[in-house]
Design a protein around this ligand. Sequence first.
Ligand code: ATP
Length: 404
Amino acid sequence: MEAAQSIILDLGTSSVRCGFSGEDLPRSIFPSKLPKEKEGREVMKLLGRMEGIDGKVESVDVGGKEVGLGEVMERGEIKNWELLTPLLEHTFTTHLDLATDALSHPILISEPPLASKESREKLTEIMFEVFKVQGVCFCNSSVLSLFASGRTRGMVVECGSGKTNVVPVFEGFSLPHAILNLPAAGQDVTEYLQKNIQDKLGYNVVKDMKHSLANCKPVTGPNSIRSKVEYSLPDGTPIQIDGVYTSAACDLLFNPDEYGIDNVDGGIGEMVGKCMEMVDKDVRQDMERNVVMAGGATMIDGFTERLNEEILKSEGLERLKDEWQKQNIGERIGELPGTNLNVIPNKTCREPGYNSQRKHAAWIGGSIMASLDTFQSIQITKQDYEDSGASGEYKKLVHRKAVV
Ligand SMILES: Nc1ncnc2c1ncn2[C@@H]1O[C@H](COP(=O)(O)OP(=O)(O)OP(=O)(O)O)[C@@H](O)[C@H]1O
């Protein structure tokens, strides 16, 4: 009998991506929240439940308990565990067309770098106890994104909706001591635009505007945009926006301290420079040659070029160059740091020559990973879970097998 396809699940700050192993793209992408104040029937449809309620609803019954509707995720972490089960129910029934009483599939879950052990354990329990899956496997989203580009060594810059991570990966595993995180990403770019443009517009309208107008050009200097730019609202009304905001909104990712975002490691370019310093010198060349971008916010116009520039002028890289120069008086050892810098816009290996799918990179990497023969060895099976009984022994196994 052929093994069941695995479910691939990427629970992001703004979107859930779900589908099956071996497929090129997620079957479905939808918001990772159960919004408040929707019409009752719409909420029940979202939850995949049959009965409808007239009027607006603010809470739903989850296992006999009333739970308030709202966001499930916050900056990559699961914030509302009570709402997670209905969100997963909705994912499996509405989006994957599966009956949730006993899923006859294993599941691969993409988790953020440095995910907490507690969160992994809780998710494992939910998957086995509530959805009765056949196996569970956790993989670091950056490792998966790198994998999607056909690499197992490189430095991943993952910038989604709620957070940005810089993650060095060597032979398919991250180097946790050198992972850096910025608590800002696409949602902060949208919020900045929303706050600063004159017209008071809804979040989703501004997000669309960001997709067509935001750019990573410098805010000052000859290449900055100083003139007004035009945008058509969904009803066709044209509005004018100060060009500087379309760049400043993205500048916050590269200069967070200038926008009131606290980050000891600086902006994304500085983070990459520091990360280069923190990894062992033997792997530095691999990192430098393979800086791979992933996540929706890296789709902003000019992101690749700006990242390249910011890395080259980062203090971390400068320090590495100074060190190299000191060591190389008289004899030449290796290349000057930065010489081989290659920022790759992550052409995932399933779509040669095309890069717009890098926002799905983690999901695509998961789909590939779960299709390999070795997948069996990195999952904890239903049998493992049941054998462990109340002893909680499965927890050790789940962490040991996770691809982090
Ligand atoms: N073409 C585009 N241009 C600019 N921004 C884009 C584009 N496409 C998507 N985005 C932005 O990418 C962000 C979503 O990225 P992604 O789907 O990778 O995040 P997520 O997985 O939900 O969150 P996270 O990875 O932070 O947990 C949003 O802010 C969205 O506006």
